[in-house]
Every structure is written in C-alpha cells, then in structure tokens.
Design a protein around this ligand. Sequence first.
Ligand code: SF4
Length: 212
Amino acid sequence: MLSEPIRECALCPRLTQYRADNRREQPSWHNAPVPSFGGLDARILVVGLAPGLKGANRTGRPFTGDYAGDLLYSTLSRYGLARGTYAADAADGFTMVDCRITNAARCAPPANKPLPTEFAACRPFLAAEIAAMSNLRGIFSLGRGSHDQVLSTLGLRKMAYPFGHGRVHHLPSGLILTDSYHCSRYNTNTGRLTEAMFHQAMDCLLTALTSY
Ligand code: SF4
C-alpha cells in the first residue's frame, strides 16, 4: 500500500510555514505536497530534489511549468517515456509511459533548498514509493542531492556510489541508478549541462536497462 503525504502534512515546520505564506500570496496555486506523476507499474523512476516554487508548486505536477520541465519532458518524449503534447500545465493531457517522476522532498522549499531534516522527514514517502513499484528497474536521479537521497532511502553508503554525470550504479538489489546533473535553468545557462549531455545520461540508463 503506497503511503502518500496528506495535503496538510506538517512534518517539516519550515516548509509548512512557507506553504502557508504561499497560499496567502497565491491562493490559486497548488501550494501542497506535489504528488508523483506516472504509474506505479513503471520501470523507471525519475527523482528530483523538490518542487520548484513557480513550477510544480504552482501547477501541482512535478517539473511542470518551469524551465527544468521543458528539458525533462522533451527528453522523456524523445525516448518514448512520455506521450502527448507537454504544455506546462497539469491539465495538458500529457502522460508518462513506463516512467514515473517524483521528488525527494514533496514540498517547495525556500530558495529551492530543502534542509537535511526535511529530506529525512520526507524519506518514508520515497521509500514507500520505491517499495510499491514492483516493476521498478532503473532510477534516474537529477542532481547530486537527489542521488544522495536515493542512496539514503535505500540504506546505501554514498561513498560506495559516488555521484557522476552519466554514471551508472548497479545496486545490490538489482536496481540501476543513473545520475545526471539537474536539468535546472542555472545548470543549462552556465553550460554545466547541455541538452546533449542530458540525453547522454538518459542513454546510459536505457542502455543499462536493455542489458539488465
Ligand atoms: S516535505 Fe514531505 S515530510 Fe515535509 S511537510 Fe512536505 S510532504 Fe511532509
């Protein structure tokens, strides 16, 4: 049985206060834990860090409505992991194909940076999600923070699986963890991540899965 955070989840006092402030300022926004997107029967789980304030926190769907979503969803479409026309709106009819997207922390944090205690508080939800995905074979982690949270959730040592863009980790459970730099506007504007590099990281995951 999948355990999901309730809309009024108050396990993180700072994020709960931030949510209340955002509800006051933007009452039409989602302003709540953002549910994952895609079926629990998917083979691939994409794990981001936390909802963007004006993206997922506004629209209620992971990576929807901000710059990171443009690159992520165009990439998923390119690889047949999404179907439809992405229009940066949770009601655009866009769907995932054998892929699900979640965040290590489900609530938008100030300055896009969850605290370690907030990741820890939200970890049981990610653990429950992974446990509920019976067909899960590959995890695509967006950024070092997400990579670290996936390892913590799975009870694995970070030293044993160092983060690296395009790096493929074969985990003891048989899961394949592949890392990418986060597809944020900052990373693409600074040239740390190009579209080609992002595609290359996804290639690494899909190639590893075909020889699974
Ligand atoms: S980040 Fe997770 S644990 Fe913290 S308040 Fe939001 S849903 Fe609850």
